[in-house]
Design a protein around this ligand. Structure first.
Ligand SMILES: C[S@@+](CC[C@H](N)C(=O)[O-])C[C@H]1O[C@@H](n2cnc3c(N)ncnc32)[C@H](O)[C@@H]1O
Length: 237
């Protein structure tokens, strides 16, 4: 997506979803999808997911993707973020590189290298390092475990994934690099946030307009990685 193109606004027209034979929750989900202008626009542009707009909007605001940069995209399937990252760093043709990591199999967008595995496994981290072929400029994480519906449990799971992503970011980022990760509202847990702040010059929380208002997700955006700062107590990096 070009930076000049605008994200679709909310409030698209819906279409009727026949309820017959479907659970009420499925009908609600289908109705929401049918009404969602981001879903329609993602389909029109051939994006693998509507999530693509979240990364585009975060980058429009914070400008961490640029031609020639090396990006690791954690929790990449089905590939919306990788597609945006590949376009903006000019993966392949323009010298940029995008390594997409997910436990699920995915068809990587053009120019993207896919690593299938759990980021908590050492073998996955090694495969990422090999695919990167050098230090990363940006580590992204949109990782999410399947929702349990129990808010406290879901919060802890997303937080644990954010911690894993932060640990990997500390291993692979070049000085000055960026780390962008999904957390749940309430923001990043105090101790993790303090550790992130020690390693980055600026840290913000941002909820892009395409992130559904009823969703608790938000993103921590950390810029200016300090590779040489001494690891503090309990710092994985
Ligand atoms: C919300 S989806 C990501 C959507 C993606 N950013 C996009 O734009 O299409 C979250 C992904 O995180 C992945 N995931 C969750 N835990 C993971 C882990 N431990 N290691 C790797 N991937 C993980 C899931 O398999 C899922 O595909």
């Amino acid at each position: 997506m070009s930076r000049k193109r605008r994200s679709p606004g909310r409030g698209g027209a819906g279409r009727a979803i026949p309820a017959k034979g479907r659970k009420a929750s499925s009908v609600r989900w289908l109705q929401r999808q049918a009404r969602d202008p981001y879903v329609a626009e993602a389909r029109r542009r051939g994006y693998p997911s509507r999530a693509a707009f979240k990364l585009a909007e975060l980058d429009d605001r914070f400008r961490f993707l640029g031609p020639g940069r090396r990006v690791v995209d954690l929790g990449a399937a089905p590939g919306g973020w990788s597609r945006i990252a590949a376009e903006r760093v000019r993966a392949g043709t323009g010298g940029g590189r995008v390594v997409a990591v997910d436990v699920s199999e995915m068809a990587p967008p053009a120019g993207v290298r896919a690593v299938q595995g759990d980021i908590r496994d050492a073998a996955t981290a090694a495969a990422v390092a090999e695919a990167l072929g050098g230090a990363a400029d940006v580590v992204l994480s949109d990782m999410a475990a399947p929702a349990t519906g129990h808010a406290a449990t879901d919060h802890l799971r997303v937080l644990a994934l954010c911690e894993e992503a932060f640990a990997l970011a500390c291993q692979v980022l070049a000085p000055g690099g960026a780390f962008v990760a999904k957390v749940l509202q309430g923001g990043t847990e105090h101790r993790l946030l303090a550790r992130i702040k020690r390693r980055f010059a600026t840290v913000r929380h941002a909820k892009p307009p395409s992130s559904r208002s009823e969703s608790a997700e938000t993103y921590v955006v950390a810029l200016g990685f300090r590779a040489d700062s001494a690891p503090a107590d309990g710092d994985n990096g």
